[in-house]
Design a protein around this ligand. Structure first.
Ligand SMILES: CC(C)(COP(=O)(O)OP(=O)(O)OC[C@H]1O[C@@H](n2cnc3c(N)ncnc32)[C@H](O)[C@@H]1OP(=O)(O)O)[C@@H](O)C(=O)NCCC(=O)NCCS
Length: 154
């Protein structure tokens, strides 16, 4: 399977929602509010996408496909000042592509867009298992912080 990565290629709210559902993040993002999802995409500062090439050999040879023949299998959506901090709001990989290094590579792509010393901030899912928190994030270079605070605008 060939996976390609793109930087700041626009995706539709429908594509984003489909991927959020495919990775399990749909339950924790406002997928029923099209305008919020659209705003998340329109106003993102950095969007890394991962695509699986699903074309048949025949299609590749004949270049017969139009539009985008690839399946969206990963998204890393960031809000950043490209100087001090970068909030990685969604790191999402379709479930059937987990544990193949796609999440790790998307983070690498983010790092390549940022200056040295810039901090990448990620909030892990509250229900992520201890095993995931203890193994997954440290493995991709994140250090846990106990002093993070979140306020939701009412
Ligand atoms: C988190 C997520 C993006 C990881 O994507 P992925 O492509 O499967 O991750 P990778 O294959 O790049 O794995 C990165 C490292 O984490 C480890 N890892 C990934 N998933 C793990 C799991 N469930 N348990 C333990 N370790 C795990 C891998 O072993 C790997 O390290 P290694 O290659 O050195 O062994 C993916 O699981 C996902 O989409 N989860 C649901 C959404 C979510 O919770 N996102 C984060 C908050 S926004």
């Amino acid at each position: 399977m060939a996976v390609t990565y793109q930087i700041n290629t626009a995706i539709s709210p429908e594509q984003f929602i489909e991927l959020l559902n495919k990775c399990g993040l749909g339950a924790r993002r406002p997928i029923d509010n099209y305008y919020v999802i659209k705003g998340m995409l329109d106003n993102a500062d950095l969007l890394i996408t991962a695509w699986s090439d699903k074309r048949t050999v025949k299609e590749v040879v004949s270049e017969a496909t139009d539009g985008n023949p690839k399946e969206l299998i990963g998204v890393a959506r960031c809000v950043s000042d490209f100087s001090y901090c970068c909030y990685l709001s969604e790191l999402a990989v379709a479930e059937n592509y987990h544990r193949q290094g796609i999440g790790k590579l998307m983070i690498k792509k983010i790092e390549q867009q940022l200056p040295p010393s810039c901090q990448i901030i990620l909030l892990s899912a509250p229900q992520a298992s201890d095993a995931v928190n203890k193994t997954s994030y440290p493995k991709i270079g994140f250090a846990k912080h106990d002093n993070a605070w979140v306020k939701v605008v009412s």
